[in-house]
Ligand binder design. Structure first.
Ligand SMILES: Cc1cc2nc3c(=O)[nH]c(=O)nc-3n(C[C@H](O)[C@H](O)[C@H](O)COP(=O)(O)O)c2cc1C
Length: 192
């Protein structure tokens, strides 16, 4: 497969088969991530591999996030653990084979901090492409759960030093969707 074929064939994966992804594979994917470009060679990323105990805590954080959202969007609803949206999101969460949390370093210099997020994004794409060529899919999650204080507390992440940039869902694909992109000429301006 050429690099272009790899790039174009990769899709975000939303449904996974019930198959374990080895820790070795995850470590290799993180190795790929760490070779991403990063300004001032800060290597501003950190990855948290979620084990069984932490997953239970993270699930509770997801419940809070969904309940808050339901309360915002459907103020007339009774919001509890049995709300259909909460049940649906938790069911999806339970079906994720491997969860990683990706963070980047905060900095008083806001330009550098923005570049740290950019570097993390490069790293996640490296990771995603590495996994894809191994037949493994990834979904970048950026829902409310990654911004909640409860999530930082559950994972022991110091919100003064690191920010969660992504909740990465990793696993072997159950199905692969289709995608299109706009023609390059719509996104390219040739200046003289
Ligand atoms: C910064 C960022 C945040 C994203 N957040 C979410 C998300 O919260 N939920 C989700 O389903 N996909 C999320 N995605 C994945 C995109 O929705 C996905 O890449 C897009 O649908 C294009 O599909 P493709 O990756 O198959 O080309 C995110 C992607 C990026 C780069």
């Amino acid at each position: 497969m050429t690099i272009m074929q790899l790039i174009k064939s990769r899709r975000t994966i939303f449904d996974f088969v019930d198959q374990h992804v080895s820790t070795d594979m995850i470590e290799q994917a993180i190795e790929a991530a760490t070779w991403a470009p990063n300004h001032k060679k800060i290597e501003p990323w950190h990855f948290y591999h979620i084990g069984q105990k932490t997953r239970i805590q993270l699930r509770a954080c997801l419940c809070i996030a969904v309940k808050n959202k339901v309360a915002r969007v459907f103020p007339q609803d009774t919001v509890d653990e049995q709300h259909p949206m909460v049940l649906k999101k938790c069911e999806k969460f339970d079906a994720i084979p491997t969860i990683l949390i990706a963070t980047y370093a905060l900095d008083d210099n806001k330009v550098l901090e923005e570049e740290n997020y950019a570097a993390l994004a490069c790293g996640i794409q490296n990771m995603s492409l590495y996994l894809w060529q191994e037949g493994i899919g990834l979904q970048w999650g950026s829902g409310d759960i990654i911004r909640q204080p409860e999530t930082y507390a559950a994972l022991g992440i110091d919100a003064q030093k690191e920010r969660i940039g992504a909740l990465l869902k990793v696993g072997y694909p159950k199905s692969i969707g289709q995608a299109t992109r706009k023609p390059v000429r719509e996104k390219l301006t040739m200046l003289s």
